[in-house]
Design a protein around this ligand. Structure first.
Ligand SMILES: Nc1ncnc2c1ncn2[C@@H]1O[C@H](COP(=O)(O)OP(=O)(O)O)[C@@H](O)[C@H]1O
Ligand SMILES: [Mg+2]
Length: 1142
């Protein structure tokens, strides 16, 4: 049962419907049925009805239990059509589309005064506050946003005949959210407060709530401070016939307001200042004037009772005389001239009221700004915005003046935006979904807007023109002007207009004009239009206020600052309002609109009364029927494919219980299966459009029936499933229990067997181990006994031996010691003798030397003086020479023997020495240089020297070889494993080994050979195999070597005729290292035979090849033909070698 009730919560707009929840589904659609549907729903407490996505709200005038937190939860995150119509559904839709689709939203609430707009706006705000993010900071923002309402309502709302809590100002609030949908803050814009109410209220209405709230709710103490009395009747500005409103406790409201101000962030002294101003306004109304006749018969006004004036001045910190003067004189400034005129009594009253109105309206604007400061978002991040517009509703009073004109103009503009956006959106949806759409006629109120706001001949432009015109301007001149200009307009009516249509219309007084608004005809009295539009405050008064010693009031009148006198007129009230409405409209157009259209069910503010005619009138002018028609013109109902399939899928076998394909295909199959005629629906891109509500109802009917069947089916299946599950559970439990028991029994048996086996096993193992241990212990003991005995025996033996050896050594040492000490004694004796001898000889020498010295000194003493000059000379010379040597030492040239430099000679007399020193130094450096040479280096240089002797200036190749060291064994025969075999064939040391080219005599081409030279022979071996020896020639058999004088490497080795080597003939070879080869050959030959091998350097020579002699000729060629010398056979007798010329 519990499950069932839960399921019921998810009702649809279409479930348990009273009348029709969405007017689009109304059938038949007539005005009568429309009203009937509204009434039926209203009587069942269903105050909300949809037209598509527009919510119609009828004021119930009593509290309904449909705004509880439970309801909020119910509507949260649900689809618009899922539940019965509610303002929460609209708020949820707007909030989610703001949060999830990043679309700025605005909620436009329209309807006439008392229709419930303000309540609706509060409901939207409280819903959004309830569903958006939580957290301390967010909650504070929310609280501040919500609490701004009571403050603004206290100061800006009043009881009117239409509404006990009528907003007397327009309000547009932007709530700002971050990307998560948490509120960040808000901005409130206010539109023209109806300030005339401050000084005068129509019959049956009240002044702004705050006055009554202050007087009823303030403590005695505070009243005393504000110099106020609790009695309403003491104040001229408070109308008495309706001072209390039934069901409203002003005193408790005052506490609410004060509390709200605190939450919003007003400081205590700010609140106090505000209340002081409110008190001052009340008291201003009590100032009265009396005429005082003056000599020139002009009535001058005087303040009757100065006590009230004094109190005001005390309250606001104003100099009493200044204010008093401001009420009696008026200063007009024109072209630097100040003219002061006196005020008569009527003008004084006018000035007083103007001051009161201005003071109050400026205070109100200040309040809005102050609240904005508190609630403004603290971040500069990008914000999403939801605007809630709650503007004063359309008003028709008995007497309508400028304020009603302005209010109704504003409503006219809102109606315009509704028409434009609703129709546009509808049209756009059809186009978006690819559905055909035909235009629907509706009344467009743009003509009325034009009548009022047109810049050239609109009523507002006329009024402004009249206000600015020089000369006498009165309300009647303004009306005359209207009569001239607007007479032809079809929505303008006036008795005096040119068209005589209204000449006899007695419902149209002479001082009035009438406008046919979209919501009905309104008769406006022109009295006060000019004044209210001008909104003049005498400068003396604003200056008096600016002089106040009260910071709030001073800040409200910056225009009173004499330093900032502005002679330009301020913009008129009308043009200001027009401009701000235009900005508002532009702002609204950028946002996604959501409409709430409020309807007033009766004029008595009574619950349960539904006056058909009144509702009918509103339905008409709000254009609701057109709205429905437009909605139905194409299709009465639309739903995304997914939602439609979900709701009706049980009606078709293919789609129940699951449709696997696209939702659209599913819906197609479904509708075909249900045999709904094709003209009844149309497929959009994402939605199904159903033309006739009846079709939808039949679908609903079928669904309801099907649901019963399905319930039975579900029950059946569920019961079967339950029984089966229960059985399966029992079965599987049984199996589990059995398995567990078997396992347990087996486990027990196994454990017992196992423990017995372990015991037996351990006994046997113990016994075996003990036996082995005994055996091992016995063996160990035997081994230890043997070792001990052996050790004792060896010890005895060793000690005996040692004793013998020690004895022997002792005897040998004694002999040595005795011998040594004998030798020592002998030596010492000898030494003593020798020393004695030497001493005697030395003494003789010393004595002789002394004697000689003495003799010489005695002999030479007489010569000493004679030789002094020579000595000095010698000394000088010596000094010079010393200096010369020291200097020379510092100027020494380098140690290179090639360095021929030598310092200049300083003294002529040292010439020969200088030359000699130079020669010695050269020889010495040469010696040093030679000293560096090792034998190895010497050999290398010797070889190089030899090469120079052989080749220098003879062979062109020679100079390039000088820098290259002669390495000898280039192939590293004894190291390289490739030549291991070849190395073993040669016994002697290898002097030279390299690859050379052996020239083939047949064609002059070269073949690579290894050329080896040892100290007595040279060999040629095959390069490819690396070891096959082709020829061996002893050096003794080599007679001569031939080569060219050019830079090529060709050379011929001639062999002695008649030897074994000669059998093959001479060798013609080619090698880059020719210089080294020949030098080494020459040297080896010389070492071996002491005979020089003959070396022939010529550009043409003969070579013996076996039998024939061939001439080898060297010619120079162009270097372009190549850098290598090449050999070519020219004929039988000629080999030609071309050598590139250098
Ligand atoms: N949804 C509602 N539930 C209960 N009472 C309402 C509701 N809407 C309006 N009222 C009543 O109607 C009065 C006027 O509504 P209000 O919103 O101030 O009208 P408006 O702003 O359109 O002039 C409210 O003071 C309240 O008593
Ligand atoms: Mg309101």
């Amino acid at each position: 049962m519990g499950d069932m009730s839960k399921m019921e919560v998810k009702t649809s707009l279409l479930d348990n419907m009273i009348g029709v929840g969405d007017m689009v589904l109304l059938e038949p659609l007539t005005e009568k049925s429309f009203i009937e549907n509204l009434r039926k729903r209203f009587n069942h407490n269903e105050i909300y009805t949809y037209i598509g996505s527009v919510v119609i709200s009828i004021n119930p005038y009593r509290s309904l239990p449909i705004y509880t937190p439970d309801k909020v939860e119910e509507y949260r995150n649900r689809n618009f059509y899922e539940l019965s119509p509610h303002i929460y559904a609209l708020a949820d839709e707007a909030y989610r589309s703001l949060r999830d689709q990043d679309k700025d939203q605005c909620i436009l609430i329209t309807g006439e005064s008392g229709a419930g707009k303000t309540e609706a706006s509060k409901l939207v705000m409280s819903y959004v506050a309830a569903v958006c993010g939580k957290g301390a900071e967010v909650n504070q923002v929310k609280e501040q946003l919500l609490q701004s309402n009571p403050v603004l309502e206290a100061f800006g709302n009043a009881k009117t005949v239409r509404n006990d809590n009528s907003s007397r100002f327009g309000k547009y609030m932007d709530i700002e959210f971050d990307f998560k949908g948490d509120p960040l803050g808000g901005v409130i814009s206010n539109y023209l407060l109806e300030k005339s109410r401050v000084v005068k209220q129509p019959r049956g209405e009240r002044n702004f709530h705050i006055f009554y709230q202050l007087l009823s709710g303030a403590s005695e103490d505070m009243l005393k401070k504000l110099k106020l009395e609790r009695d309403f009747s003491k104040y001229n500005y408070l109308s008495l016939d309706s001072a209390t409103v039934t069901g409203v406790d002003d005193a408790s409201c005052f506490r609410t307001v004060k509390n709200a101000m605190q939450i919003v962030g007003f400081m205590d002294d700010e609140t106090q200042s505000v209340l002081e101003l409110v008190g001052a306004v009340l008291k201003l109304g009590n100032i009265e004037f009396k005429p005082e006749s003056r000599v020139n018969e002009v009535d001058e006004s005087r303040v009757k009772d100065k006590n009230e004036l004094k109190e005001i001045c005390e309250l606001l910190g104003i100099d009493q005389s200044v204010l008093e003067r401001a009420f009696s004189f008026r200063t007009v400034e024109a072209k630097q001239e100040k003219v002061s005129t006196t005020l008569n009594v009527a003008q004084a009253y006018y000035a007083r009221d103007a001051l009161a109105k201005n003071l109050y309206s400026r205070l109100f604007t200040w309040l809005v700004n102050r609240i904005n400061e508190s609630i403004k978002a603290q971040t500069k991040k990008r914000k999403k915005v939801m605007g809630v517009l709650d503007i004063y509703g359309f008003e028709i009073f008995e007497e309508n003046s400028f304020e009603q004109f302005i209010i109704n103009y504003c409503n006219e503009k809102l109606q315009q935006i509704f028409i434009e956006l609703t129709l546009k959106e509808e049209q756009e949806e059809y186009i978006r979904e690819g559905i055909e759409w035909t235009h629907i006629e509706y009344f467009n109120n743009s003509v009325i807007c034009d009548l009022i706001e047109n810049n050239t001949n609109g009523i507002m432009a006329m009024l402004d023109e009249e206000c600015l015109r020089p000369g006498t301007v009165t309300d009647s001149t303004f009306l005359e002007k209207l009569n001239q200009i607007c007479a032809d307009h079809q929505h303008f009516e006036s008795r005096m207009s040119k068209s005589s249509k209204f000449l006899n219309d007695h419902s149209l007084p002479h001082n009035c004009f009438r406008i046919q608004h979209y919501a009905g005809k309104v008769l406006y009295h022109v009295d006060g239009f000019v004044d209210k539009n001008n909104d003049l405050l005498y400068r003396d008064l604003s200056q008096a206020m600016w002089k106040a010693n009260h910071s709030l009031i001073k800040s409200l009148f910056p225009d009173g600052n004499p330093a900032k006198i502005n002679l330009k007129r301020p913009p008129t009230a009308g043009s200001q309002f027009k401009a701000s409405v235009a900005t508002l409209m532009k702002n609204l157009q950028t946002k996604n609109p959501n409409y709430i259209r409020c309807i007033k069910p009766n004029d008595q503010k009574a619950s349960h009364i539904f006056t058909d005619s009144l509702v009918c009138h509103q339905v008409r002018y709000l254009g609701l029927m057109e709205n429905v028609r437009v909605r139905r013109a194409g299709y009465a109902f639309r739903q995304p494919y997914e939602a439609c399939l979900e709701r009706y899928k049980m009606l078709c076998k293919q789609t129940w219980p699951h449709w696997r394909g696209q939702a659209r295909d599913g819906v197609e199959v479904l509708l075909k299966d249900l045999q709904i005629p094709a003209e009844e629906y149309s497929y959009g891109r994402s939605k199904i459009f159903i033309r006739n509500p009846r079709t939808l109802f039949s679908l609903e009917e079928q669904r309801k029936r099907r649901l019963h069947g399905l319930a039975t089916l579900i029950q059946k299946i569920f019961r079967g499933w339950k029984a089966r599950t229960h059985f399966l559970l029992m079965k599987s439990s049984q199996v589990t229990v059995a398995a567990w028991y078997r396992r347990y029994a087996q486990q027990k048996k196994y454990k017992k067997t196992k423990s017995s086996a372990v015991i037996v096993q351990s006994f046997i193992r113990g016994w075996k181990a003990r036996k082995i241990l005994r055996e091992l212990k016995y063996q160990k003991r035997c081994k230890e006994a043997v070792t001990t005995i052996g050790a004792y025996w060896h010890g005895t033996q060793a000690r005996r031996e040692l004793r013998c050896l020690k004895e022997e050594a002792r005897n040998r040492r004694a002999v040595t010691v005795i011998w040594a000490s004998w030798q020592g004694t002998k030596a010492r004796r000898e030494l003593k003798r020798l020393k004695e001898e030497a001493r005697c000889k030395h003494a003789v020498d010393v004595i002789w030397a002394y004697w000689l010295g003495l003799k010489v000194r005695r002999e030479y003493r007489k010569f000493f003086r004679a030789h002094a000059g020579k000595r000095i000379y010698e000394f000088t010379i010596q000094r010079i020479i010393q200096k010369y040597f020291l200097e020379l030492k510092n100027k020494m040239p380098s140690m290179s023997p090639c360095d021929k430099t030598w310092p200049a000679r300083p003294y002529l007399f040292l010439d020969s020495t200088h030359k000699e020193l130079r020669r010695i130094f050269h020889l010495w450096t040469c010696k040093k240089y030679r000293g560096q040479f090792t034998d190895q280096k010497k050999a290398i240089y010797k070889e190089k020297l030899e090469a120079s002797e052989i080749f220098k200036d003879k062979k062109a190749l020679y100079p390039s070889s000088v820098g290259q060291p002669f390495q000898g064994d280039y192939l590293e025969i004894n190291k390289n494993p490739r030549y291991q075999k070849l190395n073993s064939l040669v016994e002697e040391k290898i002097i030279f080994a390299d690859i050379v080219n052996k020239i083939n005599r047949a064609n002059g081409k070269g073949a690579q050979r290894i050329f080896l030279l040892t100290k007595n022979k040279f060999m040629l071996a095959d390069q490819k195999s690396g070891h096959q020896v082709k020829s061996i020639v002893p050096l003794a058999e080599l007679t001569s070597v031939s080569m060219s004088a050019q830079s090529d490497g060709f050379f011929a080795l001639r062999v002695k005729e008649g030897t074994t080597a000669a059998a093959k003939g001479d060798f013609l070879l080619n090698s880059e290292r020719i210089i080294e080869i020949i030098t080494k050959l020459h040297r080896a030959g010389l070492d071996l035979t002491k005979e020089k091998i003959q070396i022939e350097i010529t550009d043409e020579f003969l070579v013996q090849f076996k039998q024939d002699k061939v001439c080898v000729k060297f010619i120079q060629s162009n270097p372009k033909n190549g850098t290598m010398a090449s050999c070519k056979r020219k004929n039988n007798r000629l080999l030609e070698v071309t050598v590139p010329s250098p």
